[in-house]
Design a protein around this ligand. Structure first.
Ligand SMILES: Nc1ncnc2c1ncn2[C@@H]1O[C@H](COP(=O)(O)OP(=O)(O)OP(=O)(O)O)[C@@H](O)[C@H]1O
Ligand SMILES: [Mg+2]
Length: 250
């Protein structure tokens, strides 16, 4: 029997101030599957992710959730300024009834796994660099042991080296824990590196303009294969509207 999906958008429609963003949006994400959602700026990617995560109620349609626990990584780290690094990472764990010492151990283990150092554990967000806050952001999401992870352009503000590191970390965590992923990104190379499948949201009617499965598994694709796939899709008309002159130049 086929497993039920982790997440299903069923004929979802949404509008802001009377302006329709999308109608009849359908997308299913399998358990353990990583889907990257691409689309031009303003096409509604963030709105879709927020609808999926239950942050925004859609005007029409339904979202079916076949997962138990979600975590969301926003583009802005959103750490609580009055809490230390490890307390921020452990924040979501209190609701799960874990004891204080266990929460701290989990937070410290995750902090180290994303490349933060022991000397940083008691620092407050204002004392951390942007990159360190971004690492903490990812650690905090993984701390709750989600089976569905939503990420909205999580690495776009980080430099290339750290971005690669966090992508690799995400791939490894998804593989070892088997969670599903919905990743919103502008970066086709990131999508090709991290995802099993790519969905492209059309800027015109808010439907999926293309859905493409990627060969091989995330983490097992060579740099050359990733580069060649990005090159090939960059010439594909379906992906055309993603690449305005400015984005192509990046
Ligand atoms: N709370 C809101 N109230 C009114 N309009 C909104 C609201 N949130 C988003 N919009 C509008 O909906 C459209 C889609 O926004 P959304 O943030 O989902 O796009 P996006 O695809 O994530 O864009 P980007 O790639 O720039 O992040 C935009 O035109 C935006 O101005
Ligand atoms: Mg957005």
């Amino acid at each position: 029997m086929r497993q039920s999906p982790a997440l299903t958008f069923s004929r979802v429609g949404h509008a802001f101030l009377g302006r329709s963003l999308f109608e009849d949006f359908d997308l299913a994400i399998g358990k353990g599957e990583a889907v990257a959602l691409l689309g031009p700026s303003g096409s509604g990617k963030t709105t879709l992710l927020q609808i999926a995560a239950g942050i925004v109620e859609p005007v029409k349609g339904r979202v079916l959730r076949g997962y138990r626990r979600q975590a969301v990584v926003f583009q802005e780290p959103r750490l609580l300024p009055w809490m230390t690094l490890t307390d921020n990472i452990a924040y979501g764990l209190a609701a799960r009834g874990e004891g204080k010492a266990a929460r701290r151990r989990t937070a410290e283990r995750l902090a180290l796994s994303v490349g933060l150092e022991e000397a940083d554990f008691t620092k407050y967000p204002a004392e951390l660099s942007g990159g360190m806050r971004q690492r903490a952001n990812v650690a905090r999401a993984l701390a709750v042991d989600p089976d569905m992870l939503f990420l909205d352009e999580p690495f776009s503000a980080t430099d290339v080296g750290l971005r690669r590191h966090l992508q690799d970390l995400l791939i490894a965590a998804a593989r070892s824990r088997g969670f599903s992923v919905l990743l919103v990104t502008h970066d086709l190379a990131e999508a090709v590196r991290v995802a099993d499948r790519i969905a492209v949201l059309s800027g015109r009617d808010g439907r999926i303009a293309a859905s493409r499965a990627l060969a091989g598994r995330p983490g097992e694709r060579s740099e050359r294969a990733i580069f060649e796939q990005v090159e090939a899709w960059s010439r594909d008309p379906v992906f055309g509207e993603l690449f305005s002159a400015t984005e192509r130049a990046r």
